[in-house]
Design a protein around this ligand. Structure first.
Ligand code: ADP
Ligand code: MG
Length: 206
């Protein structure tokens, strides 16, 4: 029986964001305001600091705390969006560790939160375009009876493909949408950090 530890998920996310912060900022420099890497690094580091200060007692508490800290510490669109992802994920999360069925449900709830907050649809060139295919892959894995690690391998591949697919898109949401046609030909920074979120989940399976 494999499951996923949300605290490890957040720690892994923070470390991947830290490693990739320059890349995220470069992508945001092309179609935004060059702060996505620093926004995400500040937010995820604050989550890790909060966990270090007082370890959350259960998965739902960890995800809730992550969401609140991200909303509080990240200026910019991505803070409230990722923050809402984790708050909604927390609300869908029980007291126990997350198996495949639970994680698919929790991740889907997070995605629904992003949509409720930002109203993005497929093809708008946002984090949605990486998160939604990952949620679908998790659901498929669940239906097929896959183990959580395998379902997450598929989710990582789906998120990567969804992220790459943002390159030819014209942005319809967020700062990049102000560029109109000039947003075409660049990978979306938020879709890129969303791949890290899914990759981090894969790394948190035990
Ligand atoms: P800001 O745009 O305020 O500078 P960031 O640079 O941190 O914030 O984040 C930009 C990313 O946020 C974009 O690349 C995009 O993926 C995501 N984003 C922006 N608006 C939305 C939205 N309405 N729904 C979903 N994602 C969005
Ligand atoms: Mg920005």
């Amino acid at each position: 029986m494999t499951d996923l530890d949300p605290i490890r998920w957040m720690r892994e996310f923070a470390s991947l964001v830290d490693e990739n912060a320059d890349r995220l900022t470069e992508l945001d420099a092309a179609i935004g305001d060059a702060d996505h890497g620093s926004n995400m690094r500040r937010g995820t580091a604050a989550v890790v600091a909060a966990f270090d200060e007082a370890a959350p007692t259960d998965p739902a508490a960890a995800l809730k705390q992550a969401g609140m800290v991200l909303i509080r510490s990240v200026g910019g669109a991505s803070g409230p969006l990722y923050g809402t992802f984790f708050l909604r994920a927390a609300a869908a999360c029980g007291e126990n560790a997350l198996g495949t069925a639970d994680f698919a449900k929790v991740f889907r709830a997070g995605l629904d939160g992003v949509v409720a907050r930002g109203k993005a649809e497929a093809g708008d060139k946002t984090m949605f375009d990486a998160l939604a295919p990952a949620a679908d892959a998790l659901d498929e894995g669940l239906t097929a009876g896959a183990d959580l690690g395998d379902a997450l391998d598929a989710a990582v591949a789906a998120a990567e493909a969804g992220c790459a697919a943002t390159i030819p898109m014209q942005a319809r949401k967020g700062r990049a949408s102000y560029l109109g046609e000039r947003s075409v030909g660049h990978q979306d920074p938020g879709a890129t950090s969303a791949v890290l979120l899914v990759r981090a989940a894969r790394g948190a399976v035990r």
